[in-house]
Design a protein around this ligand. Structure first.
Ligand code: C5P
Length: 219
């Protein structure tokens, strides 16, 4: 019996987050943005916490809030969403995520997001390592240029200054790092369905995914 889980893996800015949010709302499933957990982990490590203390700190002090504005993350009373979404934290997350200690520490925390009603989990290794028994596995890709443009608009909307060429370079380097690392590399699970969204709108990706959920989850 497979788990009531949809995994969406793929490189950065391929549209995983938007697809995950929309599908989760459509099915009334919970959601796990695993990249954000890696970002929180990197942020806490850089602020001086040891590996052994980070997960307990996340459970005790980090608050994930979803409202009309989207997802916000608070540490105590401080809103740290902007810091976590910066390219600086993305790079730190990419670096620390290649360590065995980091991946092991976050494994159970991620699995704990699956309660009975169903889960949409996005990241790099959701279908291969964290939820290998998921009912539907999607691997979402798009060209580096298309992804850099999406990330550019996203960061600009948050008021962050960005250089397009530097962004393309950053994305390519991060992809290479994620794809070639020894532990949990970014690769499609054998039983995943690959969607190339380079020339598709979010609505098109969404309606295709809804057809898949009908077929695989009967929903
Ligand atoms: O998805 P996002 O860009 O927020 O992820 C930040 C970094 O966290 C990625 O570049 C990747 O190195 C790491 N990550 C990971 N495994 C996941 C999710 C994210 O290694 N499941």
């Amino acid at each position: 019996m497979k788990d009531n889980i949809i995994t969406i893996d793929g490189p950065s800015a391929s549209g995983k987050g938007s697809l995950a949010r929309n599908i989760a709302a459509h099915l009334n499933f919970d959601i796990l943005d695993s990249g954000l957990l890696y970002r929180v982990y990197a942020y806490l490590f850089d602020s001086g916490l040891e590996h052994t203390k980070i997960v307990a700190h996340i459970k005790k002090n980090i608050l994930f809030k979803t409202d009309n504005e989207g997802l916000t993350i608070q540490e105590g009373s401080e809103d740290i969403t902007g810091k976590l979404r910066s390219e600086k934290t993305a790079k730190a997350a990419s670096k620390i995520s290649s360590l065995k200690e980091t991946r092991n520490n976050l494994l159970e925390l991620q699995r704990g997001f699956y309660i009975s009603k169903g889960l949409v989990a996005d990241g790099r290794d959701m279908g291969t390592v964290v939820f290998p028994n998921a009912k539907l596995k999607i691997f979402l890709i798009a060209s580096p240029e298309v992804r850099a443009k999406r990330r550019y608009l996203e960061l600009q909307n948050r008021g962050q200054e960005v250089n397009m060429l530097a962004l393309i370079e950053d994305i390519k380097q991060r992809d290479l790092k994620d794809q070639t690392r020894v532990l949990s590399p970014l690769i499609p699970a054998e039983d995943s369905i690959v969607i190339d969204s380079s020339e598709m709108s979010l609505d098109e990706v969404l309606s295709f995914t809804k057809k898949l959920t009908k077929r695989k989850l009967n929903k």
